[in-house]
Design a protein around this ligand. Sequence first.
Ligand code: FES
Length: 164
Amino acid sequence: MPTSRRQFLRTAWKFGAAFLGAAATWTTWEALRPLASRAAGAKVRVGDAGSFAAGTATYIPEGRLYVVNANSQYFALSQKCPHLGCRVPFCESSGRFECGCHGSVFNLAGEWQAGPAPRGLDRYGLTADGTALVVDTGVLDSGPDRGSKQFDLPATGPSCETGA
Ligand code: FES
């Protein structure tokens, strides 16, 4: 039985509407889902301490966190901004974490430097197993108070956000 042009268009419209609805639902879920760690609660061996050079921040995707070496002290920093939860990228040129959402800035150790964030970046539990560093993603301590100035870590170059 041949399909009329009108029937074809009606069916195509229904498929199109269903596709758009599914796409909108998926997009909304991706935008709003919590930035939960894939390794939430697990202990993650992130590598030998010697592989994290001084002055560097290394992103650990399975934990959604950064391991940093700040003046030979190691921290496992949450990627989540303590202001409103945006993912905070590390800026290689400035050597700082710069939140693109509202401009909060944190030094390499995660201490607050500028912007509306109420504190520094939160820190996961970090221990050594021999020479290996192990992050406990089940232990998350609040970042240092805004007044914390334990580390003298000035910007190493221009900001990724402002260029200054
Ligand atoms: S979420 Fe980072 S500054 Fe607002």
